[in-house]
Write a protein that binds this ligand. Structure first.
Ligand code: BES
Ligand code: MN
Ligand code: ZN
Length: 475
């Protein structure tokens, strides 16, 4: 992980990002360099500049005063990622962020984009490879920030990168049990309770949805319960997070075609990674919020007694589901988790899942699709947090008549809707298993990128971690 540190004495020799409204040469640059920068910034509309001065990389960012704060912060993150790329191209190991504006926190957004943009998933490359990032430390110089703010940002970036690691691990390395172990480990490190239920216990609890999806697998399912309850927590009833932990989705007997649709299905536990790593960040930063996170996990395969289209499954809550498509497996395992959550009497429950191609087709990786029964205030705060951290939520309708699409002739429900509104019928299916304020996030497209987008590289993005952390902070 890239380190982010506060350090007030600026090393004049190092690489530099200057955030400024009017560039002042506080870095001992020769006059000609200063004049060049000052003149270049006079060009109308010029807001960023990069200059190479004998091996020293200098980047300048001029905040646009007319930009609303969330956009400006995102522009800084993106600029930070560009700077990180530049420093790596220079084989630099550290840089200073120097903020000449009165808005001290601006440095944090730039550092965030740098640290996240500097992430690489290289742990399985045994050969010496080219292109390994050299940037190791980001110093935030001479600012009015507190150490705590910088430490917190470091924790959050680390948690996001941990989520990316989990998503990027393939199923032959990270099966349901390994995922649960990773959460146990994080619980020990950050200080939250982790309990893992094995197949025997899952059977005792009659989690029919989770067992059905696991029936075609040789690996055991797991159900992980994480709890962080600090002294002096602000909320009486917990915030409950639920993440889809399908460690690999072949589609089961309703097999996916291999090319393009199965190749990246190791990402189907991105929701689980998001809630587990959000817990890690919330506990490590010692936020005063009571949070519970639940992760039902299994792979979805066509082996053994794999559930067959047409099967009728009795869920943990006693209701029956006609499984018409084994590729609609996420909702089956989530449903049991949503029922299990009732014992916590959630103030609000948010689930996050790579659930439907429909959500991806509708809005693409630009955002998550959201819907649910949470109250207006809760939804407004979530929306607001989404904009703040640029993990945006596009809210879909949740009208009653969508329920009709889930009616079955032989069971209480069927696990697929019709050809239209697939993201919504999935959410509607889940809502049947809740009796508390509920919000569903379909993260399908932004969870895993097929091409780099600034500080979010190819592969797992860790989306959800920053959203939940921000939400917990505002609780
Ligand atoms: N895991 C998939 C959704 C998905 C699609 C994740 C693309 C990542 C990238 C999910 O389990 C799934 O297969 N959904 C089906 C549901 C359908 C059968 C009702 C889908 O959306 O096609
Ligand atoms: Mn599926
Ligand atoms: Zn899936």
């Amino acid at each position: 992980m890239t380190k982010i540190l506060l350090k007030n004495n600026l090393a004049t020799q190092s690489h530099l990002l200057v955030i400024t409204n009017a560039f002042k040469n506080e870095f001992g640059l020769p006059d000609k360099v200063n004049d060049y920068i000052v003149n270049a910034l006079k060009e109308p509309g010029k807001t960023t500049l990069t200059y190479n001065y004998i091996g020293k990389y200098i980047s300048v960012f001029v905040p646009d005063k007319k930009m609303p704060a969330p956009q400006l912060h995102e522009a800084l993150r993106r600029h930070g990622a560009t700077v990180a790329d530049g420093i790596n191209a220079h084989k630099g190991s550290e840089l200073y962020i120097y903020n000449q504006t009165a808005n001290a926190p601006l440095s944090l957004f730039a550092a965030e984009g740098m640290a996240l943009g500097n992430y690489q998933f290289g742990r399985h490359r045994t050969e010496k490879v080219k292109g390994v990032n050299t940037l190791k430390t980001i110093f935030i110089a001479n600012s009015k920030l507190k150490n705590g703010q910088v430490t917190e940002l470091g924790i959050l970036c680390e948690a996001t990168c941990r989520a990316r690691d989990l998503v990027n691990e393939p199923v032959n390395i990270l099966n349901a049990q390994a995922l649960a172990k990773a959460f146990e480990h994080m619980g020990k490190e950050a200080g939250f309770d982790v309990q893992v239920l094995n197949r025997k216990k899952i059977k005792e609890l009659k989690m029919g949805g989770l067992l059905a999806v696991n029936a075609g697998s040789v690996d055991e399912p797991t159900f992980t319960i994480m709890q962080y309850k600090p002294r002096g927590a602000k909320n009486k009833k917990p915030l409950v997070l639920v993440g889809k932990g399908v460690v690999y989705d072949t589609g089961g007997l309703s097999l996916k075609p291999t090319a393009n649709s199965m190749d990246y299905m190791k990402c189907d536990m991105a929701g689980a990674a998001a809630v587990g790593c959000a817990m890690y960040a919330i506990a490590a930063a010692k936020l005063k919020v009571h949070v519970v996170a639940l992760v039902p996990a299994t792979d979805n395969r066509p082996g053994y007694n794999a559930f067959a289209p047409g099967d009728i499954i009795t869920m943990m809550n006693g209701s029956t589901v006609e499984m018409l498509n084994s590729d609609a497996e996420g909702r089956m395992i989530l449903a049991d988790a949503l029922h299990y959550a009732k014992q916590f009497d959630p103030d609000l429950l948010i689930d996050i899942a790579t659930l439907t191609g429909s959500a991806s087709a509708a809005i693409g990786p630009q955002g998550m699709v959201g819907m649910g029964t949470a109250n207006k205030k809760q939804r407004d705060v979530l929306q607001h947090c989404g904009l703040q951290v640029h993990e945006r939520i596009a809210e879909f309708p949740f009208w009653d008549d969508y329920d009709d699409l889930l009616k079955s002739e032989v069971a209480d429900l069927k696990n697929i809707g019709g050809p239209v509104a697939g993201a919504i019928t999935a959410g509607k299916f889940l809502a049947k298993f809740t009796d508390y304020p509920f919000y569903h996030l379909d993260m399908v497209a932004p969870a895993f990128l097929h091409s780099k987008d600034s500080y979010r590289g190819k592969g797992g993005t860790g989306v959800g971690v920053r959203l939940f952390f921000e939400f917990a902070k505002r609780y």
